[in-house]
Design a binder for this molecule. Structure first.
Ligand code: UDP
Length: 238
C-alpha cells in the first residue's frame, strides 16, 4: 500500500490517502492540546504509545465482536485503517465521577456510579464541542435514530470490555471518549483512538492519574504515565 497525500491534520493525528480507496493511513503525533486548544505542548513518545495502545485495544474489541476501523499497524506511529466518514458526535462514557461531570454537577471526583453514564457532544471546534442529546443530534441530522441506537449499544459494550481489560492491568477506567464512523456501505464502526489522551485511567490501588490529566493539570511525569499504561497492558498480555 502506498501512502499518498495528507487529507487532514488534527490536534494529535494526521490522516493520509492511500492507493486503496477504502483505506487511510493515520499517523500519531506527540503534540498535545487541552481546553479546546488553549493549552499546547509536546508529550515525548505519546504518538507511539497512543498508536500501539489504540491498536491493541481495537484488536481486543474486534475479537469480542465490536467492529472497528483497525486494519494493520505499519510502524510505531502509523496504522492502516478503514476509510470512514466520522459521525460528528463525541460519545463520553463515565464509570466514576471526574472532569466535567464533577465540575458541572458540583460533586467530588472518584464517586463510583452504580451504572455507567453516556453523553454526546457535537464535534465542532468553532462551537467548543457543545453537549447535545440524541434528539438534538437527530434534529441536526448528525445521525439517524438507528445509527444512534447502534452507537449507544456499542459504546456500553466497549465500556464493559475495556473496564475488564484495564482492571486486569491494575487500572480503573474512569471515563473515556469514543468516535464512530460510517464505512462506504453505511455500517457504523468504532474509529479514532483509545489512549491516555481520550481516557481517564487511575491506578487501581493508589488512584494515581495515568492519563492526560497529568498534562492538563501540570502534575508532572506526563511521559512516564503514558509509558506506564502501555507497559502494564503489554505485561498483562505476556
Ligand atoms: N475527552 C476527549 N476529548 C474531548 C473531551 C473529552 O478525549 O474533546 C475525554 C477525556 O479525556 C475524558 C472523558 O472524555 O476521559 C470525559 O471528559 P470530560 O467531559 O470530563 O471533559 P474534560 O474534563 O476532559 O475536558
Amino acid at each position: 500500500m502506498t501512502k499518498l497525500e495528507q487529507i487532514y491534520e488534527g490536534k494529535a493525528k494526521k490522516v493520509f490517502r492511500t492507493d486503496d480507496p477504502e483505506r487511510f493511513i493515520v499517523e500519531y503525533k506527540d503534540d498535545a492540546t487541552a481546553f479546546n486548544g488553549q493549552k499546547k505542548g509536546t508529550i515525548l513518545g505519546k504518538g507511539a504509545v497512543n498508536n500501539r495502545m489504540t491498536n491493541l485495544l481495537m484488536q481486543m474489541l474486534e475479537q469480542h465482536g465490536v467492529p472497528t476501523h483497525f486494519v494493520q499497524e505499519l510502524n510505531d506511529r502509523e496504522t492502516v485503517v478503514k476509510k470512514v466518514s466520522i459521525v460528528p458526535l463525541e460519545v463520553i462514557i463515565r464509570n466514576i465521577s471526574a472532569g466535567h461531570f464533577a465540575q458541572n454537577y458540583g460533586v467530588e471526583e472518584g464517586i463510583v456510579f452504580d451504572e455507567p453514564t453516556i453523553e454526546f457532544s457535537y464535534k465542532n471546534d468553532d462551537l467548543g464541542d457543545p453537549l447535545i442529546n440524541s434528539y438534538h443530534a437527530r434534529a441536526l441530522k448528525l445521525a439517524t435514530r438507528e445509527e444512534i441506537d447502534t452507537i449507544v449499544r456499542l459504546s456500553f459494550q466497549i465500556n464493559d470490555l475495556l473496564k475488564e481489560f484495564f482492571l486486569a492491568a491494575g487500572i480503573r477506567l474512569v471515563d473515556f471518549k469514543l468516535e464512530f464512523g460510517r464505512t462506504s456501505d453505511g455500517t457504523i464502526i468504532l474509529a479514532d483512538e483509545i489512549s491516555p489522551d481520550t481516557c481517564r485511567l487511575w491506578d487501581k490501588d493508589t488512584n494515581e492519574k495515568l492519563d492526560k490529566d497529568r498534562f492538563r493539570r501540570d502534575l508532572g511525569h506526563v511521559e512516564d504515565a503514558y509509558q506506564e499504561v502501555m507497559r502494564r497492558l503489554l505485561e498483562d498480555k505476556a
